[in-house]
Design a protein around this ligand. Structure first.
Ligand code: OOG
Ligand code: MG
Length: 243
C-alpha cells in the first residue's frame, strides 16, 4: 500500500470506529495536492460500502471559521447520501467522535447553475484528536464532513449576499452572523467549488448539493440538544442530538 492509501485507511477506520487519531504529523510530508488524493481514497472507501456522492462542500470560507480553526485557505470536501440527516431528524452522539454543528446555506446545482437555495446545518466531526489539524490534514479528512441537514429548497431570492444567520441551541442564540461572511457572497461558492474540485476531476453533476461554508464558528453538540439554524428569507433547518 502506498502512503496515500495508508493514510486513507487510518482516516476511514477513525470515522467508522468513532475513534480519534493523532494528527498525521509533519513526518508524512503531506502537501495539499497529495491530501486531496487521500481525500479521494477516503471517499472511495465510503463508495465501496454503497454510499453515493450527492454533492460538495466548501470549508473555511468565512473569517469566523478560519479564526476558529487556525487555518486560512478555502477547502472543499465531498458529501454522500449517507451523510444526509432529515430536517428535524436526530443524530446519535455515539456515531460520532466530537461533532459540531454550523449554520450553512445550501445550493442545488443543475445545468452548471444554482437553481434553488435552502437553509442548512452541517455536522462536522474531525477524525483528529481535539479537532486540531493543519490545512493538508483537514483536506485529507474530507474537510471533517460528517452530516448535513437541508431545510426546504426555494428559488433564489433577490440578493442573498447579506442575510442574517442565527444558530440556536435549545432556543438560545449561540452564534449570529451574515451570509456576507461567506466569501463576501455565498454565490461565489459555486465558482470556487467548480474551479477547486474541477482541478481534481470532481464535478458537480445535475442535482448536486453544494454547501457554501459556515457563516459563523461551529458549536459542539451535546446529548439532548435541539439545534436550529435560521437564515433570513430562507427559513429554518433543525436537528436533535440523541445518545
Ligand atoms: C473544517 C471544515 C470547515 C466550514 O464550513 O467552514 C467547514 C473544520 O472546521 O473542521 O465545513
Ligand atoms: Mg461547513
Amino acid at each position: 500500500m502506498n502512503t496515500v492509501d495508508q493514510l486513507a485507511v487510518r482516516l476511514d477506520v477513525a470515522a467508522t470506529s468513532c475513534t480519534a487519531i493523532a494528527q498525521l504529523g509533519a513526518d508524512t510530508g503531506l502537501d495539499v495536492p497529495t491530501a486531496y488524493r487521500v481525500q479521494q481514497a477516503v471517499v472511495a472507501h465510503r463508495v465501496s460500502r454503497g454510499e453515493r456522492l450527492v454533492g460538495l462542500k466548501l470549508g473555511l470560507t468565512s473569517r469566523a471559521k478560519m479564526a476558529q480553526m487556525g487555518v486560512d485557505d478555502v477547502i472543499w470536501g465531498q458529501l454522500t447520501d449517507a451523510m444526509r440527516i432529515p430536517d428535524g431528524g436526530t443524530v446519535s452522539l455515539a456515531d460520532h467522535i466530537h461533532p459540531k454543528a454550523e449554520p450553512e446555506v445550501a445550493f442545488l446545482v443543475e445545468g452548471g447553475d444554482i437553481t434553488a437555495v435552502a437553509p442548512a446545518i452541517e455536522v462536522i466531526d474531525s477524525r483528529y484528536v481535539d479537532f486540531r489539524f493543519t490545512l493538508p490534514e483537514v483536506v485529507a479528512d474530507n474537510t471533517s464532513a460528517s452530516g448535513f441537514v437541508l431545510g426546504a429548497w426555494q428559488p433564489m431570492p433577490y440578493g442573498i449576499d447579506n442575510l442574517g444567520v442565527l444558530l440556536e441551541v435549545d432556543g438560545q442564540a449561540v452564534q449570529i452572523g451574515s451570509t456576507a461572511a461567506i466569501l463576501g457572497d455565498p454565490r461565489r461558492a459555486l465558482l470556487d467549488a467548480v474551479r477547486l474540485a474541477g482541478a481534481n476531476s470532481v464535478h458537480l453533476v445535475d442535482g448536486s448539493v453544494l454547501l457554501a461554508g459556515a457563516a459563523t464558528a461551529a458549536v459542539a453538540l451535546r446529548v439532548g440538544s435541539h439545534v436550529r439554524v435560521t437564515v433570513e428569507k430562507l427559513g429554518r433547518a433543525s436537528l436533535r442530538v440523541g445518545s
